[in-house]
Design a protein around this ligand. Structure first.
Ligand code: FES
Ligand SMILES: [Fe+2]
Length: 423
């Protein structure tokens, strides 16, 4: 076991210890997951006052709740008395959270409301105002996607999400109301033997598609004929900064939009958003990773939960377009299942590959993981974003610029997690 050192990660390669060393994993939890913005959930999962969702920031269990005024709070799912989690369920509705051990009860904003057998405390032994559930000091959201940070000094959320907004807009504008639901039409969870960072690389992987998903591509070409040319399409992949990356899967012409989507749906979107915005949403298909734990793919939001250096949980939350015809949403379910489902033509191949990657990482004789494809031809947009062809590796290099910045302590990193008591 070692520690992270700058010679372990360069733009063109990572050392295998980044994928297998438990000490480096612990360092990543503190310097990345406890230091930057982390996705916790979507507003549609907690639509009403009293609704909550439990999640994780790194390995810290958290609750995202909506209070009676409609405001979303994020706090640690950890009783301030002696540490039990106060909420065991993933999703639900509550008036308050009561710890099962000694009945300390917390309001929807995390503040402490009552304790069991209060007369056993003498004057001065119980400070209600300082014993609320520890609150994440920063919460930000964009189009319903809620992010929180355990670091009060983290950079501003708007800057963090900035270049990704355009793509999140394309995604949500496929809904005539601009609203989507996340996970209400199904969640698929799986674990694999492999490192969490394989998801940052694999969720935007254009190089493998032609080989690893050849059968799926042949079938998908029936509903998107240009997929037959996947490896030759003039599509790009971008480094969006702060570790975020995006791969364009395909972009449709107006004519292809009409082949892909029923005319009534196209017209519905145009009347809702105007032609330009509607056509943008219909044209662009992409996968985007929001560092360090979330990705949006064509039909689902993917949440990456690191469990150990060689163990990761992935949750795929299927998305639905609020106000779209039932047949459109139904089709999105079927297409999702076709590729990503447990018996799908794509996802299981990826899982098998992640397993093989981790097995291969044990080969100490060849310790480097390469990302140099297209490095020499990489270009930069006028706005300063790196980009290359979607079958090159700009998007795999992207997370590691931010990874190195955080791991090398070039960003405000709290020496301990700073959580404020709700009260
Ligand atoms: S541990 Fe929660 S009330 Fe005692
Ligand atoms: Fe894949």
């Amino acid at each position: 076991m070692g520690h992270y050192t700058p010679d372990l990660s360069r733009p063109e390669a990572n050392h295998a210890s980044l994928y297998r060393d438990p000490a480096i994993f612990d360092e990543e939890m503190e310097k990345i997951f406890h230091a930057t913005w982390v996705y916790v959930g979507h507003g549609s999962e907690v639509p009403n006052p009293g609704d909550y969702k439990t999640s994780f920031i790194g390995q810290v269990p958290v609750i995202m709740s909506r209070d009676m005024a409609g405001k979303i709070h994020v706090f640690a799912n950890r009783c301030t008395h002696r540490g039990a989690t106060v909420c065991p369920r993933e999703l639900g509705h509550a008036e308050s959270f009561t710890c099962p051990y000694h009945a300390w009860t917390y309001r929807l904003d995390g503040s402490l409301e009552a304790v069991g057998l209060p007369r056993g405390y003498n004057d001065g032994e119980l400070d209600y105002s300082g014993l609320g559930l520890p609150v994440a000091p920063r919460v930000g959201s964009y189009r319903g996607f809620v992010f929180a940070s355990l670091n009060a000094d983290v950079h501003d959320f708007d800057t963090h999400i900035g270049p990704a907004k355009k793509y999140i807009d394309y995604y949500c504008d496929l809904s005539p109301t601009g609203e989507i639901t996340v996970g209400l039409t199904g969640i698929y969870k799986h674990r694999y033997r492999g490192n969490w960072k394989a998801q940052l690389e694999g969720s935007v992987e254009g190089y493998h598609v032609w080989h690893n998903h050849r059968t799926a591509i042949d079938i998908m070409s029936k509903w998107v004929p240009i997929m037959k040319q996947y490896q030759n399409l003039p599509m790009k992949a971008y480094d969006l900064g702060f570790g975020h990356n995006i791969i364009e899967n395909y972009t449709l012409t107006d004519e292809q939009v009409h082949e892909r989507w029923p005319a009534e749906f196209v017209e519905l979107l145009i009347s809702a958003h105007g032609r330009e915005r509607a056509m943008d949403a219909l044209r662009h298909r992409f996968n985007i990773v929001l560092f360090p734990n979330m990705a949006i793919l064509e039909y689902h939001v993917r949440v990456i939960r690191p469990l150990a250096a060689d163990r990761t949980e992935v949750r795929q939350y299927h998305t639905s377009m609020v106000g779209a015809p039932a047949a459109i949403n139904q089709r999105r379910v079927r297409e999702h299942e076709f590729f990503y489902g447990p018996g799908g033509a794509g996802g299981p191949d990826d899982l098998a590959t992640f397993d093989r990657i981790q097995q291969g990482m044990e080969a100490w004789t060849a310790p480097w993981v390469l990302f140099n494809r297209g490095l020499k031809s990489e270009e930069t947009t006028p706005g300063g974003l790196r980009f290359g062809h979607h079958t090159q590796e700009t998007q795999q290099r992207a997370p590691y610029y931010e990874y190195r910045r955080l791991m090398e302590g070039k960003a405000p990193v709290p020496s301990r997690i700073r959580l404020a008591a709700a009260g």
